[in-house]
Structure formats: structure tokens, C-alpha cells
Design a protein around this ligand. Structure first.
Ligand SMILES: [Zn+2]
Length: 567
């Protein structure tokens, strides 16, 4: 049937979708080309359903205190998603078992590889477990979304508190950090319970599907066809030997600059490496209002290229941005592509910090990726691997650096660049932290909370900043709770590391030939999901690797760039 299979449907309700699913499962497939139209029609249905779910999710995360929105999303999760999973599995089986599947053109090869994997791991008994999993994740998001503190007589969201952690006044930083940590501690028990239950559910799902561990199950579920658990371990080792010495040096400079002895937890952000300026200058504040940020970015992207400028303009015109921080909004940032309308939606919690600017540029990179490959017909062709999605976003952070003067004077722009590059040095060890923690968690699903805290502490000893935690070691043992991915997106984290290494290579290309970097970027992003991960890397003229020498070369460039930046 091709385009036009569905004219309009409210896909939040199963009864509306059901006739289309029965058609797809029952229609006769004896003509030549029948299988291809089946795939095209199924793709159209997926677009409708994906968009319906996306809109419910967006509504909820923009307003986590609204019961109706939460109920609407959770109803979709409990009523529609399970039936869809069953339908998808039946359809997948219909496709891969069809006698003419081998005659499908090459265009379908990667889609079929994914479908076969999904068929292999699908178990009906995992459907209710998946529903329970989403309920728990949603609860964890409401808990963290509701966290505010009374500070200096005002109720503040956590993103707003971020600005006090950059204060030049050490005691103000300390009070801000302690206030936030104590607020987190109020809910730590429930978050631990949620996490315990999630681990149990996930381990059971793996056993049901015939795997020994959730790790093996998830490598399949996340379609990690091109790298292994061993590669991840090599990544951790390379981070330890190459990034950690640079991180320690940055921290030494920091404690010297700040004129303090041991660093305390409020002197440096463990994940991003940000903190107060070591020369006592006031914190970087690239914009005051969200409108100001959007205007600056519009100008910046059109200065970089017509292509990027045009795409960013479209985002602004389509008005699909929810960017300011407010109470009741879920934490973090994301880009969600509306598959039917082919429009990217961007969500974040901007409070005027340099890190907010970086987040917005990051999410804009995801949106560019979606727009670049929006011309591809089938949802399966656009569904790019996450590892490469993060190349789109993280390389945008690096590639826009020369234009950051839009938000700063010359000195501040250099400070911002330094902060960001130091952030790269800190982020890789944080990625290794989260990734190795997850490998341990799911290899030892019946661990106790005490063991979990101990292992977390020892992983932080390996990949973290050396600092004096004083009376706050309990906080440290639970600081994994701040990483939402552990709850909502299990095993999703090494992707950032793989992508960061890719992005650093595009940045290296830019130093020699700025136009080539933009062309390489666009060429690779346009391919969507029509190439394997290694081939997408090749299309951007970059290499996929985890080894120490690869790290050494890339981190060497970062160190050189840092040494060339005026302090
Ligand atoms: Zn991202």
C-alpha cells in the first residue's frame, strides 16, 4: 500500500490501532513486492505510535506534578505498549519467516539483522515486567524532579542550585552542596528500593530470554553488534591510564589556584569537572534568559554554515523547544524526534550556566541529525545507532567552540573553551565509572546495598577526583543515584564514550580543514541507520576504537589545545 496506509489516527488508544495491526498480520503476501509494502506500512504505523507515545512522554516530563499527564502516559505504557510488543514480535516473525525474505534488496539487510535479534530475545512473559519497569522509572523521575531546596530564603530547583556550586565563596559552595546532598538523602531509601526492584526485574527478563546475565541480554537488546564487553573493559583501562593522569593534573592546578589543600566535594563537580574559577573571576554566565540563548545560538549556527543555521531556524519556528528550568520539570535534557511530523522536540532545564549552553548545543546536534536523515523513508532507516547519535551531539559541542564569542568577551570565551575541554577529560572517567558500575551490578544481581556502596566507592577511587569527603562518605556511597540513566536507560552510557572519541576526531579534522569537518558530519548524519556503526564512523572519516594508543593520540590533542589557551 505504501504511503497513505493510515490517514489519521489517535494512536494513544489501542482500539484505534488494532485494525491496522490485524491487517498487517493477516493480509496476503503472495505478490512480488508484497513484503516490501508490508514493511513500509508497518513503518507508517510505527511513526504514528511512536509520535503518540513521544507526545505523552513530553507532556509528562514538562510537568511531572500533573497527575493527569502522568496517568495518560502510564496508561499508554500499560494498555498500548504491551499489545504493541506482542504485535511487533508477531510481525517480525512474519517478515523473517517469509519465503521471499532472502530476495529483499540490500536496503533491508540492517533492518533484518535488527529484527532477527529482536525476535531472538523476545519473550511474552517479559511484557508485564517491562510495564512494571517503566512504572518504577517514572516514579524515580518524579522523585528527583520534585527535589528542591530552600536556599537563601528561596525555593530553588537543582539546576538553579548549580550556579552556587560555581561561587567563588567556598563556604557558599559548601552550604549549597550540603543542602542539595541532604535533600537527596531524604529520598535515598526509596530510590534504592526502586533500583533493587529494577535489578531484579531486569535479571529475570534476561533469564526468561535464555541469557545468563542481563549484560548479555542488553548487548543484544541495544543492538551492540560491533563491540563487546571486552571492548568496554579495554575502554575502562585506557581511561585509567590515559585520562586519569591529566585529570589529576587539572585538579592539582585547581587546588593550587584556589589556594586550598585537599579538594572537597564542593570544589569540583565530579562528573563535569566544573567548579569555581581558579583565578577568582566570577562564574561564566553566557545568557540570562532562554530567549537570549536561542537568539545567540541562531546567530552562531548561521555564522557557522547556511545548513546548520537553516536547521536551527526551523527548530525555533516550529516552536518545539521547552528549555527553562522550573519546579516539577523532569531533570536533564533530551531531544525527541516526532517521527510522524518529522519534527525534533528539545527539552532541557536552562538556568543560565555555561553547562546549559553546552547542553543546548548538544541537543541541537541531535536535532540536526534527525533533520539530516529525515528524508529516509522508513523508520528503520532513520533509527540511527545511539553511539552515532551522540557523535552528532557531542561533536557539535566541540565544533561550535570557535564561535562562542557570541556569548562572551574574548577572555570569557577562552575560559568557556577551557572549561569544556577539561569537561571532556572528566567525562570519560565518569563514563567509565557508570559503565563499570553497571557491568558489576548486573553480573552480581543479588548484591546487598552495602556491597553496592563499597563497589561504587572503589570504582570512584579508580576514576574519580581525589578529595576529602570528611563526614560525607555516606553521600559518596549513594552518589550513583544522581545518574538517571542507571534507572531509566540501563547500560546506556558507554555510547557517550564511543561518541566522544569520534567527536574528538571530527574536531581534529576541523583544526586542519573546517569545511571538511562540516561535510564529514553532514555526510555521515544523512545516512541515518543505513550503515553499520563502523561504516558510519568511516563515512565521517573517523575511526571506531577503544585502545590505549587511540586514546593517547586524542587526549594529546586535548592537552595541546588546553596548553594553548590563555589561562
Ligand atoms: Zn545526547
Amino acid at each position: 500500500m505504501g504511503p497513505g496506509f493510515i490517514t489519521e489516527v489517535d494512536a494513544t488508544i489501542w482500539e484505534n490501532i488494532e485494525p491496522y495491526t490485524s491487517d498487517l498480520l493477516q493480509r496476503e503476501l503472495s505478490c512480488s513486492g508484497c513484503l516490501e509494502s508490508l514493511i513500509a506500512d508497518a513503518s507508517e504505523l510505527s511513526e504514528h505510535v511512536s509520535e503518540a507515545g513521544a507526545l505523552l512522554y513530553i507532556e509528562m516530563t514538562c510537568d511531572t506534578e500533573n497527575e493527569d499527564k502522568k496517568v495518560a502516559f502510564l496508561t499508554f505504557v500499560s494498555q498500548v505498549s504491551p499489545k504493541l510488543s506482542e504485535f511487533s514480535d508477531a510481525l517480525n516473525r512474519r517478515i523473517v519467516n517469509h519465503p521471499s525474505v532472502e530476495e529483499l534488496p540490500e536496503r533491508y539487510d540492517l533492518m533484518l539483522r535488527a529484527i532477527r535479534t529482536d525476535v531472538e530475545i523476545f519473550r511474552e512473559e517479559n511484557i508485564p515486567l517491562g510495564v512494571r519497569e517503566t512504572e518504577l522509572v517514572t516514579e524515580s523521575q518524579s522523585i528527583t524532579g520534585a527535589m528542591t531546596v530552600d536556599f537563601n530564603g528561596e525555593e530553588m530547583t537543582f539546576p538553579q542550585m548549580g550556579s552556587f556550586l560555581e561561587s567563588n565563596d567556598r563556604s557558599e559552595r559548601e552550604s549549597a552542596w550540603v543542602a542539595m546532598s541532604e535533600r537527596r538523602m531524604q529520598d535515598h531509601d526509596r530510590l534504592s528500593q526502586i533500583f533493587d526492584e529494577l535489578i531484579g526485574i531486569r535479571h529475570q527478563m534476561a533469564l526468561n530470554a535464555g541469557f545468563e546475565s542481563y549484560t548479555d541480554f542488553m548487548f543484544k537488546a541495544r543492538h551492540r553488534f560491533d563491540y563487546t564487553v571486552e571492548d568496554c573493559l579495554e575502554f575502562h583501562n585506557s581511561v585509567e591510564s590515559v585520562c586519569m593522569p591529566i585529570l589529576r593534573e587539572i585538579n592539582q592546578e585547581r587546588s593550587k589556584g584556589l589556594g586550598i589543600g585537599d579538594l572537597r566535594p564542593w570544589d569540583v563537580n565530579e562528573k563535569t569537572g566544573s567548579g569555581p574559577d581558579i583565578h577568582g573571576r566570577s562564574p561564566l554566565r553566557p545568557f540570562k534568559t532562554v530567549d537570549e540563548m536561542v537568539k545567540g545560538l541562531s546567530e552562531m549556527f548561521s555564522d557557522i554554515s547556511e545548513d546548520l543555521g537553516g536547521m536551527f531556524e526551523r527548530l525555533v519556528e516550529m516552536d518545539t523547544l521547552d528549555l527553562d528550568t522550573r519546579k516539577g520539570k523532569a531533570p536533564g535534557g533530551y531531544q525527541y524526534y516526532l517521527e510522524k511530523s518529522r519534527v525534533p522536540f528539545i527539552f532541557m532545564n536552562a538556568a543560565g550556566l555555561q553547562s546549559d549552553l553546552e547542553t543546548m548545543i548538544h541537543e541541537a546536534g541531535h536535532a540536526f541529525h534527525s533533520l539530516y536523515c529525515g528524508h529516509l523513508e522508513l523508520i528503520g532507516e532513520r533509527d540511527y545507532p545511539i553511539e552515532f547519535a551522540e557523535v552528532a551531539s557531542m561533536s557539535m559541542e566541540l565544533l561550535t567552540q570557535p564561535w562562542w564569542n557570541k556569548f562572551y568577551d574574548a577572555e570569557e570565551a577562552n575560559r568557556a573553551r577551557r572549561t569544556h575541554l577539561e569537561g571532556v577529560v572528566f567525562l570519560l572517567p565518569w563514563i567509565a565509572t557508570i559503565d563499570s558500575f553497571q557491568h558489576w551490578i548486573y553480573a552480581n544481581p543479588s548484591h546487598t546495598r552495602e556491597e553496592r556502596a563499597q563497589v561504587w566507592q572503589s570504582i570512584r577511587d579508580r576514576f574519580g577526583s581525589e578529595m576529602d569527603w570528611g563526614d560525607y562518605t555516606d553521600f559518596r556511597g549513594l552518589s550513583w543515584q544522581q545518574q538517571g540513566h542507571l534507572f531509566g536507560a540501563p547500560f546506556y552510557y558507554i555510547e557517550y564514550g564511543i561518541a566522544q572519541l569520534g567527536s574528538l576526531q571530527l574536531w581534529k579534522t576541523q583544526m586542519k580543514d573546517p569545511q571538511k569537518a562540516l561535510d564529514d558530519y553532514a555526510n555521515a548524519m544523512r545516512l541515518g541507520n543505513t550503515r553499520t556503526l563502523p561504516d558510519l564512523f568511516s563515512a565521517a572519516d573517523i575511526k571506531l576504537g577503544f585502545d590505549e594508543s587511540h586514546f593517547t593520540s586524542l587526549m594529546g590533542d586535548v592537552e595541546e589545545a588546553l596548553s594553548e589557551l590563555p589561562i
